[in-house]
Write a protein that binds this ligand. Structure first.
Ligand code: NDP
Length: 399
């Protein structure tokens, strides 16, 4: 019987369960492209419930304890005295979400001799040191596609809210004002602007599709080119790299995984190649942008706005400069954790666990690392360096 250690974000401040705004969420059977949504044998929750916080337990307790397994759920994940570190020593399976990542560094993996499976309830396994997982033969799996559309909706929301100056305008209403000139002096139409995505995978291409009706010019760069018919259908222009794409863009959205090739890609040099007054929306990973270069560019006016929901480290400390820099539209890491998305990634986590315990193969598209190699979705989207730089460990873990 396995010990399953699950790290989830804290419950709402007013307690669990929260009152829900909707009675149900729509049922989605297939993603764009035809992949089916998760198909576990059953689930023990109602889609639309809050599953991603500690008391939600991803709806897994009855299933795991019914199978005789030990199930530990905690939000306490930082530092050597954390519950996570304490429980890791004899855990066979770790489940974590990118929104509240339990950083599985090489040091932690070395202290977890029984660890065999690391599941990301969501997408993006860069909080796991993939190099160390490869060396130790640990399987890494994530619930591919479960929240890709959720994130693409967040990207479109953030592009519109930055360009149209929504957040400051809302702020004037809350303050009791009617300051139209103050609101509109940074407000533009998106129509006619040039929008480019760094990466056109599931999220990047969903963003392109959603933006097409806004009559913008669409651009992308990626390691692999989209099929010609898709390029034609979307009217999107390919650029061989970010350096050649950003000078033509008014808005750049980042939708690539964090790995050695993309870490700190948006630094002073790349931002200097952008149009003065361009916008960046980054819902991929915080470390793809150089934190202080973003602040400098907003202060100088080189960037007109920056928004996203990914930070480094997570949770961001109260003094993180992205909380107070000008013209930002940051949220905590929420875009992929809507109640709609939670129903899918909780079901996908259950599907992966059912396969694992029944000794059935995990879907190829869920695999990141398997049998000592990058596998499935991981082989397509990630790279590893000898130093294991794919991991996004918090600074404190390097100390
Ligand atoms: P996909 O794997 O579908 O797409 C990623 C794309 O990035 C692939 O097309 C890949 O190219 C491309 N890519 C990799 N490296 C580079 C590079 N150096 N330059 C340009 N393109 C590159 O992933 P998703 O679209 O589903 O997700 C993308 C990322 O978004 C995730 O890795 C995760 O970090 C983040 N994410 C954030 C969430 C949130 O809640 N904010 C939720 C879900 C994901 P190729 O095909 O050539 O390998």
């Amino acid at each position: 019987m396995a010990k399953v250690l699950c790290v989830l974000y804290d419950d709402p401040v007013d307690g669990y369960p929260p009152p829900y705004a909707l009675d149900a969420v729509p049922t989605i059977d297939r993603y764009p492209g035809g992949q089916t949504t998760p198909t576990p044998e059953r689930v023990d929750f109602q889609p639309g419930e809050l599953l991603g916080s500690v008391s939600g337990e991803l709806g897994l307790r009855r299933f795991l304890e019914g199978g005789g397994h030990t199930f530990v759920v905690t939000s306490d994940k930082e530092g050597p005295d954390s519950t996570f570190d304490g429980e890791l020593a004899d855990a066979e399976i770790v489940i974590s979400q990118p929104f509240w990542p339990a950083y599985l560094t090489a040091e932690r993996i070395a202290k977890a001799p029984k660890l065999k499976l690391a599941i990301t309830a969501g997408i993006g396994s860069d909080h796991v040191d993939l190099e160390a997982a490869i060396e130790r033969g640990i399987t890494v799996a994530e619930v591919t596609y479960s929240n890709s559309i959720s994130v693409s909706e967040h990207v479109v929301m953030m592009i519109l809210s930055l360009v149209r100056n929504y957040i400051p305008s809302y702020g004037w209403v809350v303050k009791g004002g009617w300051n139209i000139a103050d609101c509109v002096s940074r407000s533009y139409d998106l129509e006619g602007m040039q929008v480019g995505t760094v990466a056109s995978g599931r999220i990047g291409s969903a963003v392109l599709r959603r933006l097409k009706p806004f009559d913008v010019g669409l651009h992308y760069t990626d390691r692999h080119r989209l099929p010609e018919e898709v390029e034609r259908e979307l009217g999107v222009t390919f650029h061989p790299d970010a350096e050649s794409m950003v000078p033509v863009c008014d808005v750049v959205t980042i939708n690539a995984p964090l790995h050695p090739e993309t870490e700190h890609m948006f630094n002073d040099a790349l931002i200097a190649r952008m149009k003065r007054g361009a916008y960046i929306v980054n819902t991929a990973r915080g470390k793809i942008c150089d934190r202080d270069a973003i602040v400098r560019a907003l202060e100088s006016g080189q960037l007109a706005g920056y928004a996203g929901d990914v930070w480094y480290p997570q949770p961001a400390p109260p003094e993180h400069p992205w909380r107070s820099m000008p013209h930002h539209g940051m949220t905590p890491h929420i875009s992929g954790s809507s109640l709609s998305a939670q129903a899918r990634y909780a079901a996908g986590t259950r599907e992966i666990l059912e396969c694992w315990f029944d000794d059935r193969p995990i879907r190829e598209e869920y695999l990141i690392v398997d049998r000592g190699h990058l596998a499935g979705a991981g082989a397509h989207a990630y790279s590893v360096s000898r130093e294991g730089e794919a991991s996004e460990a918090p600074a404190s873990d390097h100390a």
